[in-house]
Design a protein around this ligand. Structure first.
Ligand code: HEC
Length: 148
């Protein structure tokens, strides 16, 4: 009985350590896809928001995510990499890291400009146009064909 309990405790500990420390390559992919979807959701909500404060709350969340984008693509998590079964991440991301970072910075800057334009409808609409362009500015060179 004592032995069994100790074994169970070790198994529980090992399970916890696994979830905290060692995301598999595919889990890393799944997490960043979920984050990208959240980014899209925050932008839609910002576009529909009525008060400047609401716009800025949604854009603030979008900015916080956008600033992390380069860290969400560790080497070994692209199309063709071991353990990765479902991703659109092209190997160009790791072949051209400076360009990938620049595309990410362009999104952050466009989001910040939109944030500063909250409250001025015409300026905000124009800024949203730039934000959308910056999504394409990264997707076109760095995202592969749709999966499924
Ligand atoms: C710096 C590069 C970069 C920027 C900027 C960027 N994305 Fe992405 N995005 C990617 C990559 C690469 C993937 C594919 C990730 C994967 O499959 O592992 C992706 C995936 C997605 C997905 C997941 C669904 C799918 O079919 O791929 C959505 C949704 C998405 N992006 C929305 C956006 C929106 C909206 C913006 C702009 C507000 C944006 N992204 C800006 C690189 C970027």
């Amino acid at each position: 009985m004592k032995y069994w309990l100790a074994g169970a405790a070790v198994a529980v500990f090992a399970g916890a350590a696994w979830t905290v420390m060692a995301a598999t390559p595919q889990e890393t992919v799944d997490q960043r896809i979920a984050g990208m979807k959240g980014l899209g959701g925050n932008l839609q909500a910002a576009a529909k928001a009525v008060t400047p404060a609401e716009v800025q709350a949604k854009l603030g969340a979008a900015i916080a995510f956008a600033e992390t984008i380069p860290t969400l693509f560790p080497k070994g998590t692209g199309i063709g990499d071991k353990g990765v079964t479902k991703t659109r991440a092209l190997q160009e991301i790791w072949a051209k890291p400076a360009e990938f970072k620049a595309a990410s910075d362009a999104l952050v800057n466009a989001l910040k400009a939109a944030n500063a334009a909250a409250g001025d409808k015409a300026k905000l609409d124009a800024a949203f146009g730039e934000v959308r362009k910056s999504c394409g500015g990264c997707h076109t060179p760095f995202r592969g064909p749709e999966i499924e």
